[in-house]
Ligand binder design. Sequence first.
Ligand code: LLP
Length: 389
Amino acid sequence: MSNRLNRHGFEMDVINQMETPFYYYDLDILHMTLEEIKRQTDNYPFIVHYALKANFNPQILNEIAKYGLGADLVSGGEIKQASEHGFKPGDMTFSGVGKTDWEIRLGLERGIGFFNVESVPELDVINQLAGEAGKTARIALRVNPDIDAHTHKYITTGTADNKFGINIEILDQVIRRAQELPNIHLSGLHFHIGSQITLMRPYVMLCETINGLLDHYEQQGINFEMINVGGGLGIDYENPDEHPIPDFKQYFDTFKNHLKLRPDQHLHFELGRAIVGGCGSLISRVVYVKENRNKKFVILDAGMTDLIRPALYQANHVVQNLTSSGQDTATYDVVGPVCESSDVFAHDCLLPATRRGDVIAIRSAGAYGESMASNYNMRPHPKSTFISR
Ligand code: LLP
């Protein structure tokens, strides 16, 4: 591998040979991330699952599975994909509000670790299908703790208005029901309060809620083998070079310091973005630079079909010109070619004077980038390349 790294750490020889657009994954960053997770969780009863929805590229999965992480899955397709790329069924959790019968059967057949159950009707169906399969389903009940994670409204999941989880008011009742069902083994409680959470306060509140629930159920003689606090740890979208990986110490310390786990109780996590977000960039070429009355536009060969986050969540991803680093600068709207006004990667973005053919990196796109790509406008799925030094 060549050493022609540019100032942001990109392998320019590799990039210049590739047809754009494509996802560029820096496996060194991924490995650093996984090492750090290992360091922060060693010697604690913590089990980290990787949420496949963030990125299910086979090569990324192979790398993550090597570190012994479990998998958090939300569809039959993801159960199959995780099984094919190194994850063990017993280390899988299956989440989601709308699990269909074939997906539940698949999970039972494969012997997945836990079903995260979101409602009473789902509990009844899992019980019935487990009975038919001659199995016992191990489950965690997903509780809606009504905590506002202060993130974008489309990625907040833990407030009472969301479709997710079981409201605390009816939890006693649902637990009793789960205990009565013959083919269900109630292992624990599951929570997930949202995504791209950068403040620790919502997690402290989550710990306090869980502590209250553990005390309450202990008094009733109910002990849980495991607690699952979901995922959601955010990444620094604004400073990808300075902070390619999140502050895992602060995150895991929050649970070490605030959650009163019982002896022999395991704490499960389901992290997606924090694991893969920083290692991926979308690489694109400038097709045209054009000027309208009030604005200059950089038009890329990548669009919202390759990375929908800016269009869907008004998300900010740093845009860098990898070809030109000149002193001359200009302000551009950086847009894609798709026939939608929302196909914009960045508004009023200060870049070096940019020309047709320049290579552009859209940073921090490892999570919910490639996995949310679509074929709208009959555009092909973006390709990918992997760098490791
Ligand atoms: N567990 C459950 C039950 C989830 O619903 C999610 C994400 C995760 C774990 C992983 O969350 P993470 O650690 O990645 O924040 N497409 C959006 C994010 C949607 C997240 C959905 N659920 C985005 O691009 O920001």
